[in-house]
Design a protein around this ligand. Structure first.
Ligand code: UDP
Length: 238
């Protein structure tokens, strides 16, 4: 496998073509952004930590029967993945209220959501990723109804697998965002799963161990990500 030219650079990752048209390389950078990219900082070790964290989680999900684009780790900051035809939507499941849900509905952070909510957001930085519904996705042709239904089913399945995994490490999975695409007609989990795209709280103290540490200027961001990894059995030096 040969790494070729850069296809595009997102806020935290860059994507490179390879000599195989079905595979690409994700490069996890140290850039950390919040508030739709209005605040960007470099955090030491972040690229390595998120690359390895994502590889660990994607492997767990694959073992649980959830198709993912992840193929293998290539280096500390690079992973080989399948090229998906991405749906331009973000699928968010919430087990507890936090973040934009609290702002939008005026509810208190931490209230339990039973059953967990499922929300969709359009990936569009200029519009600030507006909330959309399933009908919008179909009417605007962002995804086929059946593919969106599959993505929703898989998003909930991820909840079962990861709630249990984080609970074993004494943590609560508050909410998370997933992105899906199509590979050979199949709905496949793409993008990444890391503490950048989910909320994790210590089950006892409710301490935040995710990107809210960056958003809220709490400090110790990467130390918290490494702590989460250690608690679920990861070794970042491996
Ligand atoms: N999220 C994300 N990327 C986004 C928006 C949200 O990864 O562009 C994640 C976020 O980290 C959280 C969940 O999706 O785990 C729900 O985010 P929310 O809607 O509460 O928005 P926020 O408060 O992060 O703006």
């Amino acid at each position: 496998m040969e790494k070729r030219e850069e296809l595009y650079a997102g806020k935290a990752k860059s994507v490179f073509r390879t000599d195989d048209p079905d595979k690409m390389v994700l490069v996890f950078r140290n850039d950390t952004s919040a508030f739709d990219g209005k605040r960007i900082e470099q955090l030491d070790r972040k690229g390595m930590v998120n690359n390895k964290f994502n590889a660990f989680i994607m492997t767990k999900l694959q073992e649980a029967g959830i198709p993912t684009h992840f193929e293998k780790l290539l280096s500390d900051t690079e992973s080989l993945v399948k090229c998906l035809d991405m749906m331009p939507v973000e699928c968010v499941v919430r087990n507890f209220a936090a973040g934009s849900l609290c702002r939008r509905l005026g509810v208190e952070e931490g209230i339990t959501l039973t059953p967990p909510t499922f929300e969709l957001f359009l990936k569009n930085d200029e519009l600030g990723d507006p909330m959309i519904n399933e009908s919008h996705v179909e009417s605007f042709g962002w995804a086929k109804a059946a593919d969106l239904a599959k993505a929703k089913e898989l998003t909930y399945k991820v909840n079962d697998v990861l709630k249990a995994l984080f609970a074993e490490g004494g943590m609560i999975l508050v909410d998370y965002k997933l992105e899906f695409g199509i590979f050979n007609g199949e709905v496949v989990l793409g993008d990444e799963f890391s503490p950048d795209g989910c909320r994790l709280w210590d089950a006892e103290t409710k301490e935040k161990l995710d990107k809210d540490r960056f958003r809220q200027g709490l400090g110790g961001v990467i130390e918290a990500y490494e702590e989460v990894g250690r608690r679920i059995g990861m070794d970042f030096d491996a």
